[in-house]
Design a protein around this ligand. Structure first.
Ligand code: 16G
Ligand code: ZN
Length: 552
């Protein structure tokens, strides 16, 4: 059976990778859209196979997130609503690059040994979403073809079955949505287990219901201007606004950079990536009063950073600051409820050193009622999410604005039980858990969570910014022949190979006050990244420059 499938895949042609291989990396497959046609078809096949194997729905999102408009990519959403398990990432990479029927068929057999037995009578359902890129409709169509090819009944025989008793493969196309909405749809569909994907209105309703509980009788009138990076966020923000106003919730999100002009403007000089990396105002900022509040999403709305203007400069509240805001809030609630739950704060090496010290001191202050720790893992949401699962409550954020808060099943039931007994803090915890996307970082959920925490705790953006002061930092990239020659420790803080490189980094860092520096190969680009931090900006810049020279 795997042979029949391999031959059907190859009929679509070999991958147009011009001699290069493509890897399912931290953010799935990403490349120039022209290279991706065949790869996308194969992504559809992999997703259908994963659904067949797990007997659950999975998802595919066609997007290249914050990358330029000419790029595209795809991410597979696993049956639990999270990122694809690692083994299947390897499978996806192997299948995407294969050019030979025998190799492809044996790849299917080795990664999915039960394929032949499970295929008989089995079925697959894949939830499909796409972003606003010009290439996305065509590439989503190819993913669809890949999915349907798996269940194709050409000549009355399903590709999976000799005599077809199963339902083959099905696609539920959500059209243009945010990446986190695909994760949400898969999670909720599998939780319900009735084979139906809930309408997206449920996503907006869930947020509104949770906000109502969190705000209680508080009358609010909070406005945030939202830079939608000229991507999918604009549509979601508009829908969210409608639902908020239907429920008379005094939160308004005023979108700008909504992508109604040139499609090339996606992520161009705007959005979370631009704001967080350059610390400059995005294009298209509406003329506004001095006290206005802003947020920037990335192109597929799974990242958010918050900011405001001070003397026409931008004051950034990045993912680290969002994690700090949520952690302080959650510590207060855990103190008040005496639930004795563990709180893990998960960061990457890019987290500013000041944020790590701040979080550790917050946890220390609350140690009577909260057992907690701050941990550091490798870059990429899947690593953070995985680590956050170790705690009752896991707060995870990358500095770039990717993150969420997850609650374990047992924490949820303890919170629910306590809140049924009328405990106000537990009721608030319960509503917060319902507000924030449990599957993955979600710009819209995170922003609403930020807004409600600021509002109910009476914290201004300036006070929040004052939680701690970031150490000056810089990130640079260095082009090398083979970035994979550089190996690091699991948390990416230190280079293990070549050893001399870490020695050189250590020597450079030892000369710098409050210095910290690390080097890691990028998971998304053909380069090596250098991050440096120090007491002064010039010193951080010099440290990054010196280490960069050591690499080349
Ligand atoms: C991907 C990751 C992002 C990470 C970035 C680092 C996901 C969904 N996305 O975009 O979290 O910050 O890669 O890129 O995991 P780099 O490896 O090129 O530095
Ligand atoms: Zn993104």
């Amino acid at each position: 059976m795997s042979k029949a499938l391999a031959s059907a895949i190859l009929q679509k042609g070999p991958p147009a990778l011009s001699g290069k291989t493509i890897t399912y990396g931290t953010a799935g497959f990403r490349a120039n859209a022209d290279m991706l046609e065949c790869v996308m078809f194969r992504v559809g096949v992999v997703a259908a196979l994963r659904s067949l194997q797990t007997h659950k729905m999975v998802g595919v999102m066609v997007t290249a997130s914050h990358n330029p408009a000419a790029d595209n990519g795809s991410k597979i959403v696993d049956q639990d609503g999270g990122m694809l398990v690692h083994e299947w990432e390897v499978f996806a990479t192997r299948l995407a690059n294969s050019t030979d029927e025998a190799d492809m068929s044996s790849t299917i057999d080795s990664f999915y040994p039960d394929f032949n037995s499970q295929a008989a009578g089995g079925s697959a359902t894949v939830v499909l979403g796409r972003d606003t890129r010009v290439s996305s409709p065509k590439l989503a169509e190819l993913v669809k073809q890949g999915i349907l090819t798996c269940g194709d009944r050409g000549g009355g025989v399903c590709r999976w079955h000799d005599t077809c008793g199963g339902e083959g493969a099905k696609v539920v196309d959500l059209g243009i949505v945010t990446t986190p909405q695909v994760h949400w749809a898969v999670l909720r569909a599998n939780q319900k287990g009735d084979g139906q994907v809930p309408p997206l209105q449920g996503y907006y309703e869930e947020h509104a219901q949770a906000l109502k509980v969190l705000l209680g009788s508080k009358q609010t009138n909070v406005k945030f201007h939202v830079d939608c990076a000229n991507g999918v966020g604009a549509k979601a923000v508009e829908e969210m606004n409608k639902t908020l106003s239907e429920h008379s919730i005094g939160f308004s999100l005023v979108p700008f950079n909504v992508g109604d002009g040139d499609p090339e403007l996606l992520n161009e000089g705007c959005g979370a990536e631009h704001v967080q990396k350059s610390r400059k105002l995005p294009s298209g900022v509406p003329a506004s009063g001095g006290n206005d509040k802003f947020a920037s999403f990335d192109g597929d709305a799974d990242r958010v950073v918050v900011w405001y203007k001070k003397d026409s400069n931008l004051v950034l509240l990045d993912g680290d600051k969002i994690a700090a805001l949520f952690s302080v809030y959650l510590c207060h609630l855990l103190d008040a409820s005496k639930l004795k739950l563990s709180l893990g704060i998960v960061q990457t090496a890019y987290a500013n050193g000041s944020s790590t010290s701040f979080m550790s001191s917050v946890l220390a202050k609350h140690k009577e009622n909260v057992t907690g720790e701050v941990s550091c893992v490798a870059t990429g949401v899947k690593h953070l999410h995985h680590q956050a699962l170790h705690y009752d409550i896991g707060v995870y954020f990358e500095a770039n604005g990717h993150g969420t808060v997850i609650f374990s099943d047992s924490a949820r039931s303890k919170i629910e039980e306590r809140s049924r007994g009328g405990d106000a803090a537990a009721q608030t915890l319960h509503a917060f858990a319902s507000l924030i996307n449990p599957a993955i970082g979600d710009a819209l959920s995170d922003l609403l969570a930020v807004m409600v925490v600021l509002e109910v705790e009476g914290i201004s953006l300036e006070q929040w910014a004052g939680y701690y002061e970031d150490l000056p930092s810089i990130m640079t990239k260095v082009l090398v022949k083979d970035r994979n020659a550089i190996k690091t420790t699991k948390d990416e803080q230190r280079v293990t190979e070549p050893k001399e490189l870490q020695d050189a980094v250590d020597a450079a860092v030892s000369k710098v006050e409050q210095g910290r520096c690390f080097v890691r190969p990028s998971g998304t680009e053909d380069c090596v990244r250098v991050y440096a931090e120090a007491g002064k900006q010039e010193t951080a810049n010099k440290l990054a420059e010196d280490v960069g020279t050591d690499i080349t």
